[in-house]
Design a protein around this ligand. Sequence first.
Ligand code: HEM
Ligand code: HEM
Ligand SMILES: [Fe+2]
Length: 462
Amino acid sequence: MRYESQRIAWWFFATCMLLFGLQIVYGFIMAFAHTGHDGLHAFIPFHAARATHTNLLVMWLLCGFMGSAYFIIPEECETELVWPWLAKLQLAALVAVGVTAIIGFHFNWWEGRKFLEIPRPLDYLVVIDVLAFIANIGMTVWRGRRLTTTSMVLFFGLLMAALLYLPGMIPTNNQTIDSYWRWWVVHLWVEGVWELIMGGILAFLLIKLTGVDREVIEKWLYVIVGFTFLSGILGTGHHYYWIGTPRYWLVVGGVFSALEPVAFLGMAIYAISMARRGGRNHPNRVALQWSIGCAVMSFVGAGFLGFAHTLPQVNLYTHGTLITAMHGHMAFWGAYAMLVLAMIAYTLPLLTGRNLYDSTASVFAFWTANIGMIAMTLAFAVAGITQVVLERRLGMDFLQVQTEIQVHFWGLILAASLFTLGILAFIWVFIRSGWPVARVSAKGDASDVSALPLADQAVQGA
Ligand code: HEM
Ligand code: HEM
Ligand SMILES: [Fe+2]
């Protein structure tokens, strides 16, 4: 850590840990409800649990992206953050809005639009908050001493993510038009501009962890960004098959979304080849594992499992079933959750001055969470395929099918318990690492032993 203001990232990451933990609790509430055990229904009905689960996810990921930007931008631009106080204020405000929204869901104060449930008045506050964030990092980039491709890709990804929140606020009482704009937010985020954020953060991590030249890493970043936009923008059409939009979307959506996995495959090959190429043996191996894991698992979850239901001939049967949940879990996990966790794993020793990357808990967290998530995805897949066959092919009633597939949710609960153990280990490492320290190292690298407190220097030197 070279700059004092980078320490702010820790507060964003701590918020991530808190919200992620809560997200999992709501996941279990829904999983039990799916087995027929919906004891909390009077207080937390399924729709409220679902909106809370997914909004907490989006919130902690956004907090993670913001924290990452507050760490990366000063370092890349070689300057302190211009307004550190604004970053703190902006985090506090974001948490306040988020908590209000979540409490609101439990009292039926919501918009009922999947992923965009936050009530409209709060949307305006989110917009102001995000503008403050963009202004803060934008001014830092502007005043910085160095302009790198990594920081530009990250900055434009974040700026466009902020702008793309706006189409979701276009007022209309037409269901089709509402759905049309909703996908500009949901799809163009995860399959468009968030991929830029992912590209920027991964490039930063790979530069730091592999030792490969910045020029090489950033050159490939351009190629991946190009592929993302080529396929992702018109790929939005895979959500326009059945919502009342013109028929040509069947062809446009089918063709372009089928090309989307190429960008994710590119990212996976890129991360692996950079790691192989880099001769440097960075001591924080687990951070590199999370980084490469992110690129690989995003290909599996987004690219491969996305492709599995993206053609209209398949989507006709799978649309809105648990097949979507199967893909949604692995895609969000691989691409964005693992990305934030990679960033936390890399920065934590630098922010706190304590190295726990070699600890059993760190390694356990990586493997257990990933194996757990693969098992969860399989459980959703089995439930989803059964649902598609019974409901869509055999024409069985929706609720009857839900009873038939209850058993698969016990499998989900088992898998999710394993996953949760991994995440608890991750949170444990976070807590054990302690508070952020005021000390700033000259080199800004974990391999720089002088940056660490004496006790840890001894451990690392041993
Ligand atoms: C990291 C990237 C991705 C994430 C996080 C992600 C996540 C999601 C989520 C959460 C949904 C449900 C959205 C909703 O119903 O409101 C969804 C739907 C969908 N995704 Fe993805 N996805 C990603 C990439 C992809 C890719 C690359 C493809 C295609 C190759 C794809 C194909 C689809 C399709 C076809 C649907 C609609 C499912 C339905 O009809 O119910 N996704 N995705
Ligand atoms: C202990 C862990 C978890 C459990 C038990 C769990 C369970 C569930 C359940 C039961 C649903 C509702 C499916 C339905 O509509 O019927 C759901 C939705 C969802 N969960 Fe989780 N979840 C967990 C963790 C996660 C994590 C870690 C992520 C992201 C990284 C995630 C992302 C999502 C998304 C995106 C949806 C909406 C999917 C869709 O639109 O179809 N969940 N989850
Ligand atoms: Fe999409």
